[in-house]
Design a protein around this ligand. Sequence first.
Ligand SMILES: [Zn+2]
Length: 137
Amino acid sequence: MLQIELRHQKNGPDLWAPVFVCDWCGKKIERAEEGMYQFWMSVGDAPHDPTLVTTHKIIEGQRAACNHLWEKAYEHEGYLHGWIDMANLMGYLINNLHMDWKKLVEEFAPKAVYNELIPPKKGKPRKTYYEEIGKRI
Ligand SMILES: [Zn+2]
C-alpha cells in the first residue's frame, strides 16, 4: 500500500515522503528491486477485482517471501495471479497519468542524471527542484 512518511532533517524542513509498504508484513519496501505489485486477473466472465497490493519479493537470503505468502493466503478460485516488479510500476503510472517525462527528470532526477539526460544551457548554472525548494524554505 501507499503511505506517507514523515522524515525529519537536521538542516532542513521536515519532508512528507510517499512510500510503499508491504501489504503482507507491514514493513516499508526500501528499494524498488525488493518489491512487486500483485493482483488477481479475471478469467472469462468473472467480475474484475481491481485490488492491487504491494509486497516484498524474494531477494536471496534477505527477506521472507511476502509475495508467495500473500498469493497463497488470498488465492481466488477461478482467477489468475498476476505480479510485476515494482520498478515497472513507476513507468506505467507515469504513462497512465499522462505525465511529462522531461519535466519529471528536470524536477526529480538526481543532478548527475539530470545533467546526463538534459544538456545544460551555456553559461546558466543549473539547480534541481530540490535545491530550489531547500533555498526557499
Ligand atoms: Zn514484506
